[in-house]
Design a protein around this ligand. Structure first.
Ligand code: ZN
Length: 362
């Protein structure tokens, strides 16, 4: 294995080329799905997938990165480290396990330093049945005008109003109102979209192609931006089913947090990507989690997201303001410190090894 820094890129194009080079070095075929848009520097945007291990293995571990665009710096680093890990790879054939790495679920957000995709959609709210019914998060309407003020940076009056709103609602309900997903405000935060997005269709097709015939599937979807610095919170990502939660905890430990019982740093969300596995691979036994690495405090993350959405509404903003906002988004979701990267890779490797052993044990 190489040093931690060598697996982490400074921009999407570098992450992609590093992933493709690592796959090529291993002689692995890459399945590339091109996005029709271009990146921040005019580069090609794509979701790239590789399968490690035997095509007909009864069990499959899926590892996904950049579901939330800019969070892909972290997940891409983990995936590149996996491609370079001889010990993990040796365990696959013996255990009857294959691994599907899906690199950059949301390449547009990764390249353009946004959490959302090209349609302002939060992909982890987009995996729903369309057309949608009534708004499931009416509380968002109250916070929306406060989140997207006319001026950026926000005025003192806006800061005070937002603070007062948070105090009135309480921290948990406020976070849920902001982040659980909403379908009413197309320019808003945590917007779920009005139809299945390109990334949704691409991911479903890959999961179906590589997963539908498996007996058992584990899925680790790598995120950043919630929880304590450098800690990977294991957020249960399966159905609201005690047996499934017990299986996830048997695999990854008692610290698999479930938002169904209020333990997780995340609010309960609707339309998360991982749950697509039930429709695409209906015969498989599923064990799934999000691995959510903490970066900076929630308030700083929210401030960065608000700035990015404000920028989308003000495309004529001055270049220095644009650069500052994008820098803040990157800094909220990716920490360029050696200690953070080391923690990320250590916990990722443990989670992957646990999943492989768990899938092998049957
Ligand atoms: Zn995320």
């Amino acid at each position: 294995m190489d040093t931690p820094n060598s697996y982490f890129a400074s921009e999407y194009a570098e992450a992609r080329s590093g992933f493709l080079a690592a796959a090529s070095k291993r002689g692995l075929a890459v399945e590339t799905t091109l996005n029709s848009l271009k990146g921040a520097k005019g580069e090609e945007l794509a979701t790239d997938a590789v399968l490690l291990g035997a095509a007909e293995a009864p069990s499959l571990l899926i590892v996904t990165s950049a579901t939330h665009g800019v969070e892909g710096f972290c997940g891409s680093g983990c995936q590149r480290a996996m491609l370079d890990d001889d010990d993990l790879r040796r365990r696959l054939d013996a255990g009857g396990v294959a691994v599907l790495l899906i690199h950059a679920v949301n390449p547009h957000g990764f390249s353009h330093l946004s959490r959302v995709n090209e349609d302002n959609v939060d992909l982890n709210r987009n995996f729903r049945a369309y057309p949608l019914g009534t708004e499931s998060n009416p509380a968002y309407a109250e916070v929306h005008p406060l989140l997207l003020p006319r001026e950026w940076p926000p005025t003192d009056a806006n800061r005070a109003a937002l603070h007062a709103c948070m105090g009135k609602m309480g921290a948990g309900p406020f976070q849920a109102a902001v982040s659980s997903g909403q379908q009413t405000f197309k320019d808003g935060l945590f917007y779920c979209g009005s139809q299945a997005t390109w990334s949704n269709r691409t991911t479903r097709a890959l999961v179906r192609k590589y997963g539908a015939k498996r007996k058992r599937i584990a899925w680790i979807d790598i995120h950043t931006g919630l929880g304590p610095y450098g800690h990977g919170e294991k957020i249960f990502a399966g159905a609201n089913d005690p047996a499934e939660l017990a299986r996830a905890r048997a695999c990854w430990g008692i610290d698999v947090m479930s938002y169904y019982d209020g333990q997780s740093a995340s609010a309960e969300v609707q339309g998360s990507m991982v749950k697509s596995v039930y429709a695409e691979c209906p015969d498989a036994e599923v064990t799934a989690m999000g691995l959510e690495y903490g970066t900076v405090p929630f308030e700083a993350v929210l401030h960065a997201l608000r700035g990015d959405h404000w920028l989308a509404l003000h495309p004529d903003a001055a270049a220095d303001k644009r650069a500052a906002i994008k820098r803040a988004v990157r800094d909220a979701f990716y920490i360029e410190n050696d200690d953070w990267k080391g923690r990320v890779l250590g916990q990722s490797r443990t989670a992957v090894l646990q999943a492989i052993l768990s899938l092998s044990a049957k």
